[in-house]
Design a protein around this ligand. Structure first.
Ligand SMILES: Cc1ncc(COP(=O)(O)O)c(C=O)c1O
Ligand SMILES: [Zn+2]
Length: 401
């Protein structure tokens, strides 16, 4: 049996195909490339029961991942994060079957570890020695640390407003870190130039085909954790959109494998009110989004004014009868506090946004009371200590409380 059933890369825009044994970036037409697998062949060799006793990390799905030799796997134990019942907050918003996929409990503190583990492992397999990427913080932290573990040099450019802790994570990994006075789109331009001039591997979101495969494992895990049943709704905080595209790809592959036969869940792209290009495009039933000027939000990971894979996100929303919704910062921070005080879970602002979205969609009737709803918390709240306002009394030694 093969370790991976990868067959080739293909372009979702112009249908060109590429060899996965070569280093590839974008398609010649400018679109991201996606990975295809020999699912028919795999279905004859593997059943979902075979997975049960495997290691409790994302490599348990190695046949559906692109790394072909086990010795190239770079891991810090990422994956198989909990899918938690959220009864109190669920009751509060009238969704009794509300679940949270908690990506705070993963190496590097955010779901970006998944994309980095698979992306860096595949880069190592292909002989990459030097990579570069722009980041809103968490991805840079993960790619810096995983690259170091793989013995790959990394150059990472981050906006100066990105969460400070992620800056420290990149710095301590030994990566070449640059801070830019601008947004991730500005960081992206600097990286593009460096990639051309210094012949680096471009690990920017969707400019290499394998990060999405790592993020896909969130979808595989949700399916397995629900005993191979689809939930009704999955809400995802959408910046570059890799996670939502990945979840859609995972569930589609599981259907093709014959491991699940229900309809896909309705996917919801959750964005911030002051950075909502996908929401605007979805409302206008467009196939692509427009650059969002002067974007800003406390949920820094979703401050992405224009995503290169926007057409794939929108396609996933249209195909699943999903929707897109924008949430204001005030509601995000209020919900973050509510989740912590009702559930004991300190989620990141991006994660909190998905709960506000669930609350609003339940109120409008888009989510029905009986439905199984999964909210993605993409990172741990302690990465963003400044979002919490602390208002407590100070006492003197000897004072009574
Ligand atoms: C915590 C967090 N949530 C969500 C996102 C958005 O991720 P995606 O690119 O998959 O849309 C990011 C990206 O930086 C993030 O750091
Ligand atoms: Zn193409």
């Amino acid at each position: 049996m093969k370790y991976s059933y990868i067959s080739h890369l293909y372009c979702p825009k112009c249908a060109a195909t590429y060899d996965h044994n070569q280093v590839n970036q974008l398609c010649e037409c400018g679109s991201p490339l996606l990975v295809d697998y020999n699912l028919k062949e795999l279905s004859q060799h593997l059943s979902k029961e075979d997975i049960i006793n495997r290691t409790s990390d994302l490599w348990r799905y190695h046949e559906l991942l692109p790394v072909q030799k086990k010795e190239n796997v770079i891991t810090l134990g990422e994956g198989m994060t909990p899918l938690l019942q959220m009864q109190r907050i669920g009751r509060d918003m009238d969704i009794p079957n509300l679940l949270m996929k908690d990506e705070g409990i993963i190496p590097t503190g955010s779901f970006k570890a998944r994309g980095a583990a698979v992306g860096v492992s595949k880069a190592k397999e292909l002989g990459v020695e030097d990579l570069a990427m722009p980041t809103n913080g968490n991805a840079g932290a993960a790619w810096g640390l995983y690259s170091t573990r793989a013995g790959i040099r990394s150059t990472i450019v981050m906006p100066e407003d990105a969460p400070k802790i992620t800056r420290n994570e990149v710095a301590i990994s030994g990566a070449n870190l640059y801070i830019i006075n601008g947004l991730i789109s500005d960081a992206g331009k600097v990286v593009s130039e460096a990639v051309k001039e210094r012949n680096l591997f471009d690990a920017s979101t969707l400019k290499e085909p394998y990060r999405i495969e790592g993020k896909k494992t969130m979808g595989l895990e949700i399916a397995e954790q629900l005993n191979w049943k689809m939930p009704d709704v999955i809400l995802y905080p959408t910046g570059g959109g890799v996670g939502i595209i990945g979840i859609y790809k995972a569930l589609t592959e599981l259907k093709e494998l014959g491991w699940m036969d229900e309809d896909l869940p309705r996917l919801v792209a959750v964005q911030a009110e002051d950075c909502a290009p996908i929401v605007k495009a979805w409302q206008e039933r467009k196939e692509e989004s427009e650059f969002w000027k002067n974007s800003s939000t406390v949920a820094f990971g979703i401050n992405v004014p224009k995503a290169i894979g926007d057409f794939l996100v929108l396609d996933a929303l249209y195909k699943t009868d999903g929707c897109a919704i924008a949430i204001d910062d005030e509601a995000i921070l209020h919900e973050q506090e509510k989740i912590a005080s009702l559930e004991g879970a300190f989620v990141c602002p991006e994660g909190a946004a998905t709960f506000v979205a669930a609350r609003r969609l339940r109120k409008s009737g888009w989510i029905k009371e009986h439905e199984v709803v999964v909210a993605l918390n993409t990172g741990m709240g302690i990465k963003y200590p400044d979002t919490v306002s602390v208002n407590v009394p100070t006492i003197e030694i000897g004072d009574k409380i």
